[in-house]
Design a protein around this ligand. Structure first.
Ligand code: TXA
Ligand code: MG
Length: 357
C-alpha cells in the first residue's frame, strides 16, 4: 500500500471530562477501518481495527513499519480477549487480575480471528487493556479490539505528548485524539508465558520485581542484556533500530562525579568545533554542570527528572527535544537497573546505539 497524504481530523479531549460525542465519532472512524491516534497511560498509540486486515495494514504504512513486526492489540474489557486467544494460561489469569487495566501486555496463542497482518505472521498475539480513560472509552465506542503500536514514525522515540504526534503524523492518519502528557512515558511491559519460566520481552512500568510477586520466577529476555546480534530478541520489534533522535547519544557510566569530570575533558577537546552538545542528567545534578555551561556556549544541560518515575516519563520527550534543539551530540547519565530503571536503561541503550563512555 502506498502512502498518500490524508486530511487528518484533530480533536482535543479532556480526560477528566470526556466528550462522548467526540469519542463516538472517533470510535466510528475505527469501526469503519480508519486509523486514529489516541492517548494511553504509556505512550500515544496509532490504532486501527485489529480484526480487519486492510485497516491493520494502514498502520504499517502510516508508521513506515516493517510488516514482520507484529502489532499490539488493545481491549477495553477483560472478557473481550476470550474470542481472540486459545488456551488461557492460569498464570495469565493471575497477571490480568493483578495488573489490568494497566501497562502490562501478555503474549497469548492467537485464535483465527486475529489476521496474520496484525500478528506479523506469528501464531501468537500480544494483548493489553489500558488504564487510560480516553483509550478505554474509544476502544469501547469502536466495538472492536484495536491494534495500536506506538504512534511514532518507525525508529523514532515513542510520543508521549501531543506536540510529538502532530509534528510527525498530521497527514499520515485519519484522526488524532489529543489528550495530555502520558503518565508512565515508557511502553508497556511485555510478558511471554510460552515457557515454564515467564519471560519479559520488553521491560516497562510493571517491573520484574512486581511480576515476581505474582509469578515467582521471572526472567528478562537474555537478548536485552547483551547487545549481541546473534541472540535473537523474542519480541520481533526489539531487534529494530529504535528510539533514535538525530543526535549522537553516549551514556556515561561511573556516577555523577565522573560525568562532571569527563564532560569537562570532552568539551575541552571539542572547544573549537561548532557542534551543539547536550548533557542529560537528573534534576538534582544540573547545578554540577553550571560552570561548564558558562564556559561553553554550545552546551545545553537538560533535566531528565528528579526520580526514576519522572525520568521514565520524560525520557522520550527529552530525546525528541534534542532534535528540536538541533543537538549534534548528547551525553546521558546512566541509571541503576532496578525497578523501572531496567526500562529506562533499555530505552536509553537503544537510543544511544549501546555506546558507553
Ligand atoms: O505501551 C504500549 O505497549 C504501547 C501503547 C500504544 O499501548 N504500544 C506499543 O506498541 O509499544 P509497539 O507496537 O510499538 O510495540 C509492541 C512490541 C513490539 O516490539 C512487537 O514486536 C512486540 O510488541 N510484539 C507484538 N506482538 C508480539 C507477539 N505476538 N510476540 C512477541 N512480541 C510481540
Ligand atoms: Mg514502538
Amino acid at each position: 500500500m502506498e502512502f498518500m497524504k490524508k486530511n487528518t481530523l484533530i480533536e482535543k479531549i479532556d480526560p477528566d471530562n470526556i466528550d462522548s460525542k467526540v469519542v463516538e465519532q472517533f470510535g466510528k472512524m475505527l469501526a469503519d477501518g480508519k486509523t486514529v491516534i489516541f492517548p494511553t497511560e504509556t505512550v500515544y498509540g496509532l490504532g486501527a481495527n485489529a480484526l480487519d486486515e486492510q485497516a491493520a495494514s494502514k498502520i504499517y504504512v502510516a508508521k513506515g513499519r516493517p510488516s514482520d513486526n507484529p502489532l499490539l492489540v488493545h481491549v477495553a474489557e477483560r472478557d473481550a480477549i476470550n474470542p481472540l486467544v486459545v488456551d488461557m494460561d492460569e498464570r495469565a489469569k493471575k497477571l490480568i487480575d493483578r495488573f489490568w487495566p494497566g501497562p502490562l501486555t501478555i503474549v497469548f496463542k492467537k485464535s483465527d480471528l486475529i489476521p496474520k497482518v496484525t500478528s506479523g505472521g506469528l501464531d501468537t498475539v500480544a494483548i493489553r487493556m489500558p488504564s487510560d480513560k480516553v483509550a478505554r472509552a474509544l476502544i469501547k465506542a469502536s466495538g472492536v479490539p484495536i491494534a495500536a503500536p506506538s504512534a511514532n514514525l518507525s525508529g523514532k522515540p515513542s510520543p508521549t505528548k501531543p506536540e510529538h504526534i502532530i509534528a510527525d503524523m498530521d497527514g499520515r492518519v485519519d484522526g488524532i485524539l489529543v489528550g495530555g502528557f502520558c503518565d508512565f512515558g515508557v511502553e508497556s511491559t511485555i510478558v511471554d508465558l510460552s515457557d515454564d519460566v515467564p519471560m519479559v520481552l520488553r521491560p516497562g512500568a510493571i517491573t520484574l520485581e512486581m511480576l515476581k510477586e505474582v509469578l515467582g520466577d521471572v526472567i528478562l529476555d537474555p537478548s536485552l542484556s547483551s547487545h549481541d546480534d546473534n541472540i535473537k530478541a523474542k519480541a520481533p520489534g526489539m531487534k529494530y533500530k529504535h528510539y533514535s533522535p538525530n543526535a549522537n547519544i553516549f551514556m556515561v557510566t561511573g556516577g555523577i562525579d565522573r560525568f562532571v569530570e569527563l564532560s569537562e575533558f570532552l568539551l575541552e577537546t571539542r572547544a573549537n568545533d561548532e557542534k551543539k552538545i547536550a548533557i542529560l542528567c537528573m534534576k538534582q545534578n544540573i547545578s554540577r554542570f553550571e560552570e561548564l555551561k558558562l564556559k561553553f556556549k554550545n552546551v545545553h544541560v537538560l533535566s531528565l527528572g528528579s526520580t526514576y518515575e519522572e525520568v521514565a516519563r520524560n525520557l522520550f520527550d527529552v530525546l525528541i527535544d534534542l532534535d528540536r534543539r538541533n543537538i549534534d551530540v548528547a551525553y546521558a547519565e546512566t541509571f541503576e537497573e532496578k525497578g523501572i530503571g531496567v526500562a529506562i536503561m533499555n530505552r536509553l541503550k537503544k537510543s544511544a546505539g549501546y555506546k558507553f563512555v
